[in-house]
Design a protein around this ligand. Sequence first.
Ligand SMILES: CN(C)C(=N)NCCC[C@H](N)C(=O)O
Length: 254
Amino acid sequence: MSRTALVRRPSPRLAEGLVTHIDRKPVDVGLAGRQWEEYVAALHAAGWDTVEVPPAEDCPDSVFVEDTVLVYGDLAVISRPGADERKPETAGTERTLSGLGYRIAHIEAPGTLDGGDVLKHDGTVWVGLGGRTNRSGVDQLAVLLEPLGATVIGVPLTKVLHLKSAVTALPDGTVVGYEPLVDDPSVWPSFLAVPEEEGSHVVILDESTVLMSTSAPRTKEVFEERGLRVVAVDLTEFEKLEGCVTCLSVRLRG
Ligand SMILES: CN(C)C(=N)NCCC[C@H](N)C(=O)O
């Protein structure tokens, strides 16, 4: 199986990125650039190819490429970001995925949907209904994905920016989250509470390996005790902007 991930270089204006649920802290743009290179190197070391979406230098949050699209099979659903500042980011993602041969669909007004609000596992697609994604966005996504066999479920999201700020899934489908920030853990058939907020965020690299932040060392031990191999990368500068390990790529499989 070929494994490719979309990534997008940080904008020189990264430090102006949006913050909603946390206090603003100064971002070291040079350090962020080095952390981004290490993130991409970790994908390569795990056997992933990367394709760069052309940089969007005037869009401070454009490095968080996950929010611009939801890919399901051969369909790329171009998002309509809930924050107006981020709406110009989608054009570059659309051009790149169109060039890679994906069928393209769009979330249309009045719908809004950020890719970071969408968690997929094994045919189920949970979508966070919070500050960035609205009911119309979820309904449009359901119309697009249900013919492809997916079940789309809207879930409440009040405590964090995106659904994947709160929860992500391990390779076996267990959904992991830091309970104080999860609205309703009973949504997921199998939920594992982790001891650190940054431990909620994993990218599945393969069936036994996950990528996560070095900011959650106790959670790393929990995952290793479950038999997972964990690759940890420093993401401090992105975490200051409510970013996490998932936001920096869009994984394309198959
Ligand atoms: C899963 N997460 C968290 C994401 N996919 N995106 C993070 C975007 C952060 C950006 N400053 C913003 O406020 O939009």
